[in-house]
Design a protein. Structure first.
Length: 293
């Protein structure tokens, strides 16, 4: 079915109101994107949703919908009808889900680790293969920050090690650690949907009995052999004492979700607890790693 997409420029105060207007005008779905590439964090359960200062609100309409009527309706209720900024786009008629699946290929990280979508044939049956369906949570291995962490995990001997995956998302790093020999992984995330996706992916890989999942309010107190935190620089700064508290004596730590210009500041913070190694870089993103003093 062909579609028409209507984009409205909004801000953190008007985004939700515009969403309601689009639904009232007959939109089949509404999504929000950041117009300025500004990071924003997933809210804690029960917290108010926060939108970007420059938000694009996108409504999806059936191509047969009368869009002139929609525009006139919006201009009639918009507080600045003369300057309402919008854009109409014709979307190609295609099976979007099938196209996404067709373009998601198995990917290799390091010497032995593969991330494979469940609908694809495994390239190397004797390698360490993680079968992954991304589902609701971020984390397929395609983003440089995830790739940097996967390559780092592949370089370690994780046999019988305890690993903490702080900000586990889809569980991709947890699953990789378990498939690489870890005895147990503790996954922590603020989003209950991430924990659900991690659990489902763990079952798909037959490692659910060795994966423990927690919201931050329930996270256990323990010392791990390896800790990996692939989040963003802001939370990494704020949560440094919490994250490093998981690193046991001579334990290893990896941090990612960090831009090159943010790396030195984090090295200075985390050097209070760990000897930080030189960074690994992919595109503009870096991974920091270190060892407990």
């Amino acid at each position: 079915m062909p579609w028409i997409q209507l984009r409205l420029n909004a801000n953190e105060e008007t985004a939700e109101k515009y969403s309601e207007w689009l639904m009232a005008a007959g939109s089949q779905a509404v999504t929000f994107i950041d117009a300025k590439d500004t990071p924003i964090y997933e809210p804690l359960p029960g917290d108010e949703v926060v939108y970007w200062h420059n938000t694009v609100v996108m409504g999806l309409f059936d191509a047969s919908h009368d869009m002139d009527k929609v525009i006139n309706y919006l201009k009639g209720i918009h507080p600045d009808k003369q300057n309402m900024q919008y854009k109409l786009e014709q979307l190609e008629d295609k099976d979007w889900e099938r196209e996404w699946m067709d373009n998601f290929h198995p990917m290799k990280f390091g010497n032995r680790l593969w991330i494979c979508p469940s609908w694809r044939e495994v390239p190397e049956p004797d390698a360490v293969n993680v079968m992954l369906d991304p589902g609701l949570a971020f984390g397929t291995g395609t983003h440089p920050t995830t790739a940097l962490c996967l390559t780092w995990l592949d370089s370690l001997d994780l046999t019988d090690k305890v690993v903490v995956d702080f900000g586990c998302g889809s569980g991709i790093l947890s699953l990789a650690a378990l498939k690489l020999g870890a005895k147990k992984v503790i996954g922590i995330d603020i989003d209950p949907q991430a924990l659900q996706a991690s659990q489902e992916n763990a079952k798909r890989n037959g490692v659910e009995e060795r994966l423990e999942l927690y919201l931050p309010k329930d996270q256990p107190s323990l010392k791990a052999d390896v800790v990996v935190a692939n989040i963003l620089a802001g939370p990494l700064r704020e949560l440094a004492p919490t994250i490093t508290a998981f690193v046991g004596d001579n334990g290893l730590l990896a941090l990612s979700g960090v831009l090159e210009e943010q790396a030195q500041g984090l090295v200075e913070i985390y050097s209070q607890w760990c000897d930080m190694d030189p960074v690994a870089v992919q595109e503009e993103w870096v991974r920091l790693s270190g060892k407990r003093h």
